[in-house]
Write a protein that binds this ligand. Sequence first.
Ligand code: 13P
Ligand code: SF4
Length: 304
Amino acid sequence: MFTKDAEIIDEITRLKKQRNAVILVHNYQRPEVQDIADFTGDSLELSQQAAKTDADVIVFCGVHFMAETAYIINPKRTVLLPDKESGCPMANMITAEALIAAKKDLPGATVVCYVNSSAAVKAESDICCTSGNAVKVVQSLGEGEITFVPDQYLGQWVAEKTGRHMHLWPGYCPTHMKILPEDILRLKKKHPGTLALVHPECRPDAKAVADEVLSTGGMMRFVRESPAEGFIIGTETGIMYRLKKENPAKYFIPVNDKAVCPNMKRITLEKVLWSLQDMNYKIIIPEDIRIRALSSVERMLAIT
Ligand code: 13P
Ligand code: SF4
């Protein structure tokens, strides 16, 4: 660690105490940001942490929709996103206006919305899900049509697992598109005995050749409990740091070391410090939208 980093961390620690702040960090964040976390996890675990924190300030090191979800659940807290440009291209593949128009074409269909979406889209949906609970969420629904937005690949996988036909929005994650089946097969051949774990956002052909399809939190738990020693990891490479740190006796091979989410990497130690110094960037959602989005998120949390 450079002296400069040590000084920044000291200052973050001091300000965190002064402001009664908690630092929530997604599994894809930079290693040095993961190291200053009060809690590191997947989107479901982070929203559960946001729901129960009694800190005055939540510094959310992730992307915009994750910080928005924290605010939707816990509006009494100040939620800060250290880089306001840290968005999610998949979440931007649907707007509330486009969803309203689609609902007119399929009246009566239940809208299940992946948490990777704006608060306005959540407000137009019936229930939310994350990659960690999507199957459970869809299984909880009664008969009838389902519209799943915005990730077509998570939707395809959930439809397969639940046997439910769903109308899929054509969104996708550009980072997970880089996880290719030929790379998984090549690595499995080169490293016999390893298990390939991929994220549900991956393409169907990549998921078809993997051993397990798991959220990032699911991958952490699976590796901890598995007797296997080696794992081929098909998701954003930021998770490699936590996997290695928590499982030093095991080894991990990324399917593609170019599977990097540039938005997740926008957050740096300096930006976390500036965020606590200047109380930027505050997440604010109009109350009417927040209330309607909350009902989708609460319905999800109730069955998880
Ligand atoms: P997880 O909920 O599995 O952490 O995934 C979030 C995400 O954005 C994946 O790209
Ligand atoms: Fe969005 Fe993909 Fe980045 Fe996750 S990895 S935040 S889905 S762009």
